[in-house]
Design a protein. Structure first.
Length: 318
């Protein structure tokens, strides 16, 4: 994922959410709508989430150190996981609590034009943010469907912003429906029902984000396409005859570690093998530029099942 593309989507979402949060809280004060209050907290939480994503991206750029020799690329995953926690607790659970309270103790909506006007403004602003996230995502997702893009993306920022914006738009529609039904029927319970629905929606999105980010934190292999390209680049058919087994690991969204045991000819000299390894590393970095950390161990292939099994399992795992 282009770092600039992810940053652009995050900044667009941050600006939109800050403006929307101010408008929602203002409407909540004047109208007494719990949907507006829940939506205001939701937008404020989203603003904090975008700030966390920007902070994570900045901290991930730090140079490797003796304590962290592989760098800080995974900080982006950590901050994305924090976003899921904030969305679940501050956004989702608060909205669920507010919805239940509003259903138990309905409060008449005053000055209906405040919540309705703010919701229309918020939908327009969120559409701008969502459009930016879709445009930036289209530049990197290729032919993948949206669900697969969210599941397989190694850079977490765009999927996080996409799901946040989608949740915000659906939540605004739910809030508008709840407020409208409360005004039409004269029963403020509908406002609470809308708030409760918003909370459930946010909890579901937060759980999806947490599951996907947890996988990245645990360590994911390179994409199947990258694994194939790396394998083809390592083997030259001359000195490097095959790959006995190989493992790949994302150290960050734009950095992959490659560790492989390669088969060389037993009659080749150490100097020739060393030259072949250097050439293989160059080919790998050309084929897959994000393969920045490469460890190749030469060995003589022994036709044994364990080695073949290991290579097969790597292919299926990747």
């Amino acid at each position: 994922m282009s770092a600039s593309g992810g940053t652009k989507a995050i900044v667009a979402a941050l600006v939109a959410n800050l403006a929307i949060a101010v408008a929602k809280f203002t409407a909540a004060v004047f109208s007494g709508s719990s949907s507006m209050l829940a939506e205001g907290v939701h937008s404020l939480a989203d603003s904090g989430n975008q700030a966390l994503l920007l902070l994570g991206g900045k901290r991930a750029k730090r140079a490797a150190s003796a304590e962290h020799p592989f760098g800080y690329g995974r900080e982006r995953y950590i901050y994305s996981f924090l976003v899921a926690i904030v969305l679940f607790s501050v956004g989702g659970l608060f909205a669920v609590y507010e919805g239940v309270e509003k259903i138990r103790h309905p409060h008449e909506i005053e000055h209906w034009y405040w919540p309705v006007g703010v919701l229309v403004f918020a939908i327009i602003a969120e559409l701008f943010s969502f459009r930016t996230a879709i445009r930036e995502s289209n530049a990197v997702r290729g032919t993948q469907g949206w669900a697969r893009f969210v599941r397989t993306a190694k850079a977490p920022e765009l999927p996080v912003v996409l799901l946040e914006d989608l949740g915000a738009l659906v939540g605004l529609v739910l809030a508008l429906v709840g407020v409208s039904l409360a005004l039409i029927t004269g029963d403020s319970v509908w406002d609470g029902v809308g708030t409760l629905a918003i909370g459930v929606l946010l909890v579901v999105i937060a759980i999806v984000l947490a599951i996907e980010t947890k996988s990245l934190l645990l360590g994911e292999a390179a994409s199947p396409e990258s694994v194939v390209a790396i394998r083809e680049a390592i083997v030259d058919g001359d000195t490097v005859t095959s790959i006995i087994h190989m493992r790949t690991l994302h150290l960050g969204p734009e950095e992959v570690l490659v560790a492989a045991k390669i088969a060389v000819r037993h009659e080749d000299s150490a100097g020739r093998v060393a030259q072949a390894i250097d050439a293989a590393e160059t080919r790998v970095r050309t084929a897959v530029p994000i393969a920045r950390v490469i460890y190749l161990e030469p060995d003589i292939r022994r036709e044994q099942a364990p080695a073949e099994t290991a290579e097969t399992s790597e292919t299926s795992a990747d």
